[in-house]
Design a protein around this ligand. Structure first.
Ligand code: TRP
Ligand code: SF4
Length: 333
């Protein structure tokens, strides 16, 4: 186990699907074996865009953390917590706000993109402009060395480094390490219509779908459209959406068999997708079981969250005290 710390967060905006599982969570699971990991639900960040409708955030937060546990994030190995339970993030955010030039925030490409994309929402708020400052506080309060994120988050991470550098420079301190992004290769997970899997496209297979739903969705997946009959030879690697999911669930040998049989017009799409559905269902079954287990023991989930919050809080308090000492030098933190 490395002494290095990893931190990442997700905004609670809805149920997780196979895209999150293969794109993000599998990586988090791997990291928890080698690093001291902090994973948190970024509910204050959700508030920056959902402030008109905040009542749904707590149930999404609870659901998100529950789903993390079902995929195997282990509260004994990783610190799992809820951002808004750790007030220290807000205090560090305030200190960082004092030293962050507004121009750094205004030129942030993610900021400009989001304002453009979410036109129906009024995002011209102080809180939304300050989104990356709060994110810097999230990361730096745990003195994280590595931050697994998607490429869309790289500008935020660069800002985090700039804020850390500025703080360290202004107050002649080394309280904050400069965190680095951890970019893992992310497999393409197709939705059932062939576009990228996404809740807003209505093409997602959710981790909480039941068995029947998973099977139905997979059987409705687009296959090689130039192959209306089984007797037509197919081209799975280039023309079949279902095959992109097969890549994630079949062993290399099994994939080779599918390719051969499909090209030889010996495998029907319905049979093929049935096998795929079987594999996906079997891979999700442990998650469903874990969820039942957690839900059958009243109070267990709450205990896990409270313990995670407490671990996070202890670390955050310590860093905040060091930061304030570096800043004010009052000697009373
Ligand atoms: N901005 C991130 C996202 O939208 C969520 C997030 C908030 C985050 N704070 C973070 C991610 C700190 C990594 C580290 O996905
Ligand atoms: Fe795709 Fe399988 Fe049909 Fe071939 S047999 S086109 S791989 S679903």
């Amino acid at each position: 186990m490395s002494e290095k710390r990893v931190l990442s967060g997700m905004r609670p905006t809805g149920p997780l699907h196979l895209g999150h599982l293969h794109g993000v969570l599998k990586n988090w699971l791997k990291l928890q074996e080698d690093y001291r990991c902090f994973y948190f639900v970024a509910d204050w960040h959700a508030l920056t865009t959902e402030y008109e409708n905040p009542k749904k955030i707590p149930s999404f937060s609870r659901e998100l953390l529950l789903e993390w546990l079902t995929v195997g994030l282990d509260p004994e190995k990783s610190v799992l917590f809820i951002q808004s339970a750790i007030k220290e993030h807000a205090e560090l955010n305030l200190l960082f706000a004092m030293i962050t030039p507004v121009s750094w925030l205004e030129r942030n490409p993610t900021y400009k993109d989001m304002i453009r994309e979410l036109k129906q929402k009024d995002l011209a708020t102080y809180g939304f402009l300050g989104y990356p400052v709060l994110q810097a506080a999230d990361i730096l309060i745990y003195k994280a060395h590595k931050v697994p994120v998607g490429v869309d988050q790289l500008p935020h991470l660069e800002l985090t480094r700039e804020i850390a550098r500025r703080f360290n420079y202004l107050y002649r301190t080394e309280v904050f390490p400069l965190p680095e992004p951890l970019l893992s290769e992310v497999p393409k997970v197709p939705g059932i219509d062939g576009r990228k899997m996404s809740k807003s496209f209505g093409n997602a297979i959710f981790l909480t779908d039941d068995e029947e739903t998973v099977r139905r969705k997979i059987l409705s997946m687009v296959t090689d459209t130039e192959r209306p009959r089984k007797s037509d030879p197919g081209d799975p690697e280039n023309r079949c959406v279902a095959f992109n999911l097969i890549r994630l669930y079949f062993s290399p040998e099994e994939q080779a068999e599918v390719i051969e049989a499909c090209k030889a017009a010996q495998l029907g799409c319905r049979d093929c997708k049935q096998k795929l559905a079987e594999k996906v269902v079997e891979s999700l079954r442990p998650l469903w079981q874990k969820r039942e287990e957690l839900e059958s023991r009243p109070g267990l989930f709450e205990e896990i969250v409270a313990a995670g919050n407490e671990k996070a809080r202890r670390f955050a308090r310590q860093t905040l005290a060091e930061a304030k000492e570096a800043l004010f030098g009052a000697g009373w933190y």
